[in-house]
Design a protein around this ligand. Structure first.
Ligand code: FES
Ligand SMILES: [Fe+2]
Length: 443
């Protein structure tokens, strides 16, 4: 199979004939090694990708290591509070500069031969420089770290690009920016990543993780055990208030919706019938006196999952999460989860947020493992090329082109709106973006 595609034929892998009632994707997009390699080069290394949250690099010299495609990158807070990112690669012989995921330093020193770099990327020390280069005033600047082409901060979320030819971040995020705003505006001081994270590897393709995060259709089957377990626990222990879990969305009995937000971004929501069980409910009076009523309604009453093309998901349900996906190989994806929370939230709400995070989102929680099993089954089945197509037609006949009333109320303009989170029309946008970035690849 691999190698049998001409670049032009990538176009044919997304069968986009919505007027005829057809939108389907060839399952080789999950299984072809060649496609995977082109995705790394043409999606991850030629467009915006999410890097980290600004709260993860709070002080001068705080750094966070991440990857853009095959390029290790280190994001560093500067003296003037600005944020820069460099290739995390020593200029001498190419060793990984910092192997740590996160830290704080005045200089980054290479472990191989000891060259050192300041936080602004200048090469400030070469071991035995004079003996090696024989000059009193040797110009070390030729060995400064290489900055990445673009870095942008949208309300605390840091994005980077290896190429200059990308649209402004606000244009790239488009309608999705309102969904970020709905999280950020929950506190006058924005959001913070709670210390700690959890990383695991899925035996599946990276796109399956993105799809899963905005697939409302699976919730009432894959997570029914979670729903019954928490219900039993609540009855057994007579749990009340914040200690209870919102269950309506898990059994598929509440109003919901889905959006193709454009540029590959997607989102789903489901109504919370018991919003008082959410940590954010404690801030209801503050929200009501500081935000428009429609925004408060969205924040308090609608659980939301947002997938930003191509590598991060932001969830705001009973708990709140950044879920970051790193493609490792065609059939392996590394996922890291972080709890993110409004700055300054009270102790009781923060504790509840963390317990709910552990319950559902954490690797050892009761939901993530079920999702992984479903994704890995899908990966196995996708190898059967005699069953070639993934149909994403569910909801095609009922979708609304443009915004529905809910979107209009808070002012975002999706490509399409769907009246149920079980519909799959939001994936049109993801695969149209995928096709656009994978088309016209020079041979
Ligand atoms: S590779 Fe870094 S100092 Fe030699
Ligand atoms: Fe799930």
């Amino acid at each position: 199979m691999d190698g049998s595609y001409s670049n032009k034929r990538y176009d044919g892998l997304v069968d986009d004939r919505v007027d005829e009632g057809v939108f389907r994707v060839d399952r080789s997009v999950y299984t072809s090694q060649r496609i995977f390699e082109d995705e790394i080069k043409h999606i991850f290394e030629k467009g915006w990708v999410y890097l980290c949250h600004e709260s993860q690099i709070p002080d001068e010299g705080s750094y966070f290591a991440v990857d853009i495609g095959r390029h290790p990158v280190v994001v560093i807070r500067q003296k003037d509070n600005d944020i820069n990112a460099f290739l995390n690669v020593c200029s001498h012989r190419g060793a990984l500069l910092t192997p740590k995921k996160q830290g704080k330093a005045r200089t980054l020193t290479c472990r191989f031969h000891g060259w050192a770099y300041s936080v602004d990327g200048r090469c400030v020390r070469i071991k035995n420089e004079k003996q090696g280069f024989g000059e009193e005033n040797f110009d070390r600047s030729q060995y400064d770290l290489k900055p990445i082409a673009k870095i942008a901060n949208y309300r605390g979320f840091i994005f980077g690009s290896l190429v200059n030819e990308v649209e402004p971040i606000k244009t790239h995020l488009g309608a999705a920016s309102t969904w970020i705003d709905l999280m950020v505006e929950q506190s006058p001081d924005g959001l913070e990543v709670v210390p700690g994270s959890s990383t695991y590897v899925i035996r599946g393709n990276w796109k399956m993780q993105l799809e899963n995060s905005v697939d409302g259709y699976h919730v009432s089957t894959v997570h029914r055990v979670f729903a019954s377990t928490v219900r039993n626990r609540e009855e057994r222990d007579s749990l009340k208030g914040l200690k209870q879990t919102e269950g309506g969305r898990l059994v598929g009995t509440v109003p919901s919706g889905a959006y193709d937000l454009g540029n590959g971004h997607m989102s789903i929501w489901a109504e919370h019938t018991t919003p008082e069980r959410r940590p954010i409910y404690k801030k209801k009076p503050w929200l009501e006196s500081n935000l428009p009523a429609a925004k408060v309604e969205w924040i308090l009453k609608k659980g939301r999952n947002l997938a930003l093309f191509p590598n991060v998901m932001l969830m705001d349900n009973p708990s709140t999460q950044i879920r970051y996906v790193k493609p490792v190989s065609v059939n392996r994806a590394e996922v890291t989860v972080y709890c993110i929370a409004p700055v300054g939230e009270g102790t009781e709400a923060r504790a509840a947020r963390l317990r709910k995070f552990e319950d559902f989102y954490l690797t050892a929680g009761m939901a993530t493992s079920d999702d992984m099993a479903a994704l890995e089954d899908t990966m196995t089945g996708s190898r059967a090329m005699q069953a070639r197509w993934n149909d994403f037609n569910r909801g095609l006949k009922t979708m609304t082109i443009g915004p529905d009333e809910g979107a209009k109320a808070v002012g975002f303009d999706p490509v399409s709106s769907s009246e149920s989170w079980e519909n799959e029309t939001l994936f049109f946008g993801f695969y149209r973006r995928w096709r656009k970035m994978m088309s016209n690849i020079p041979d």
